[in-house]
Design a protein around this ligand. Structure first.
Ligand code: ADP
Length: 330
């Protein structure tokens, strides 16, 4: 931890290597103001030298091309009149705070959109469209869709927070993954039929046991297959397979490979690494049109982390995408 001492003469009398590295210039013997130029730090040091009071300040800097933030605590050394400064790197804490603020801003934005639409239609139904039965039916249908979207968003937010809370708890049930996939496919048959998509399963006939959380694996399969149906497109197929592999490179172990492949428009390569971020959408317009929340793959990622599993997404524009999940077998 970087640390340095300043005497009553206002000179830096000693500092450790970490402090030397942080300040990036020879600092021994120099006046502290010429080295620590930031007003809040200067103020804290002046106060400590003047009356021996303790204070903390923020010290912002740039190290190896990234912004870093330190908390500096300034405290007196006994009655010597010397001020001791110690620097603690709080960059990660600051970043977590920023992420939380971004998240709240995103959620508010996501809720605002359907709310604005609802408010507009209510206004219209009270005024201009009051006695127009046809418009009323149409508006009520849109209002129903927007309400469902908000409901899905709240459901997804709750699942995300549950999944995150459990991420460090190892699953302890032995479950049959083949039956999980089969059940999910059955549950989604109607959705596929409505979307004019054919589901093509290729599953082992024997049970495939692994230690996992059944409900969470159902959620992973559901989110991936639902996306394949949504983004795959009318008249296309969605291929779902599960197999055991003796050695999976991504895991350096024996494991299961679950593959969900569609014949849709595909995803541009620049989007692939970011798809599992919350609210990240490769095709904003399409996702909203299809009622997506932008949280499905983020939920998938957290569940897979808990199971020490990996996901690999590959896609060819115009030909389709494949989402492969690698689950380790102990
Ligand atoms: P959404 O609710 O928007 O579908 P997801 O987290 O499930 O959110 O997916 C994030 C984004 O990844 C989607 O908005 C979409 O752009 C892209 N995506 C996911 N699955 C597919 C797929 N099978 N084909 C094309 N794009 C996909």
């Amino acid at each position: 931890m970087p640390a340095l001492a300043i005497a009553q003469s206002e000179q830096i009398i000693t500092l450790n290597d970490a402090a030397q590295h942080l300040l990036g210039m020879p600092a021994q013997g120099r006046h502290f103001i010429t080295v620590l130029r930031q007003p809040s730090v200067v103020e804290a040091v002046e106060k400590c030298l003047a009356d021996g009071s303790q204070a903390t300040a923020e010290f912002l800097t740039r190290e190896n091309g990234t912004d870093t933030t330190y908390t500096v605590s300034v405290s007196p050394v006994g009655k010597t009149g010397i001020a001791l400064l110690s620097f603690q790197d709080i960059t990660a804490v600051t970043a977590a705070g920023q992420m939380r603020r971004d998240f709240i801003a995103n959620v508010s934005h996501e809720l605002r959109t359907p709310l604005t639409a609802l408010m507009g239609f209510i206004e219209t139904l009270r005024g201009a469209a009051r006695d127009d039965a046809k418009a009323r039916t149409r508006f009520l249908e849109i209002m129903g869709n927007e309400t469902e979207r908000m409901n899905r968003l709240v459901d997804d937010l709750l699942s995300l927070s549950r999944v995150e809370a459990e991420e460090r708890v190892r699953p302890d049930a032995e479950i049959d993954v083949a039956s999980v996939v089969a059940t999910t496919l059955r549950n989604l048959t109607l959705l596929a039929t409505q979307a004019d998509v054919v589901l093509v399963p290729d599953l082992p006939s024997e049970p495939v046991m692994m230690r996992a959380d059944r409900d969470q694996l159902v959620q992973v399969c559901t989110n991936l297959i639902e996306n394949a149906i949504k983004y795959g497109g009318k008249g296309k197929r969605v291929y779902v397979s599960l197999r055991i592999e003796a050695h999976i490179d991504a895991l350096r172990a024996r494991g299961l490979v679950l593959s969900v492949r569609d014949e849709g428009l595909g995803i541009s390569p620049q989007h692939l690494p970011r798809l599992t971020e919350r609210f990240y959408r490769a095709d904003e317009h399409r996702s909203r049109e299809l009622g997506g929340t932008g949280l499905g793959l983020a939920i998938v990622k957290h569940i897979l982390n808990r199971h020490r599993a990996r996901i690999k997404i590959t896609s060819t524009l115009g030909q389709g995408s494949e989402f492969k999940v690698f689950l380790p077998l102990e």
